[in-house]
Ligand binder design. Sequence first.
Ligand code: PLP
Length: 364
Amino acid sequence: MNSLHLHLAHLDHNYKIIREKLDSKTQLIGVVKANVYGVKNQHFIKRLVALGVDYLAVAYAKEGEDLRENGIKIPILVFYPQHDELEKIIDAKLEPCLYNRNILQAFKKIIRKKKVLNYPIHIKYNTGLNRLGFSPKDTAWVIKELKNSLLRLVSVYSHLAASEETRPSSVCVNQIKNFKDIQNKHLKETGIRPKFHLLNSSGVFNYPEFQFDMVRCGIAFHGYANNREWDSDLKPVAALNSKISQIHFVKKGELVGYDNGWRAPQDSRIATLPIGHADGIGRHYGHQNGKVLINGEKAPIVGNICMDLLMVNVTSIECKEMDNATFFNEIHSAADFADSGNSISYELLSNLGPRIVRVVHNEK
Ligand SMILES: *Cc1c(COP(=O)(O)O)cnc(C)c1O
């Protein structure tokens, strides 16, 4: 039926490309949130760890707990801890990012209650994305709160708002300046030197000179860096295949799909595929936006995408029931397919549902 093929040799390649952009002492954080960007596969994570990432990072505590249950031993940073997850973070030996006064004080309280010493934490500053993070104005407060506390500051970081934007990007220039100011304040005040980091995948390609002590890469391991030129250095790990369930002949003027989504402009052949919006192929790919490769040719998705099925126009394509239909692969990449639905590789990959079988190609 539907299968997501994972070529781990391509992960090896992407890892090598990323490492080549880094100084030998720069640490690499492998970001594996949201089920490893929808890949939903332990082999992928284990390969990443075997390749040599220094850290893993997830969004929420439950994701980190799952990694521990799967035997992952390396440090795990939790980007967005919530108040009701703080005990879980300590129990699973995860390292929280503390991003505002409230969460920092709540975490200190729990640490005191549990009588833990020297607990590793990370601090995030908001330098311009305006999402999560301490204000740069809080730097002195943060430094004071951490002094003589039971917490050990491992790293200080921030996140760029437009790391893929063509240079010079005024928003990034500003953020980098803010981050350097914060770095200077921390270096001046504290005894132990924390690590500093700012870059995600595109950042590593666009601003390698600002790699500081660590970088945080997620999508690049999957073969994407939000820019066609950078993408061409990488290899897509995942390919999504489906199979034609049925082919219909419809006469000119006949309707296809829910709510009369498509009217045949001529006598047509329509192929139905067993994949729908419940599997992550959202309705925005309908109405000829998304195109599926069948026997090397592009068949547009017609009408509205259903929950479990969708229809493509194969009038001009030679094909039969049971033939393969490819949503994305190395040639027609997930970034290309996502583009057609006004989306991005991140959303497309991370929405791929559990009904799609993951097939691991473990070749070295
Ligand atoms: C998801 C995330 C990353 C990884 O970004 P990519 O673009 O996938 O490399 C890095 N940092 C933070 C804070 C994130 O939330």
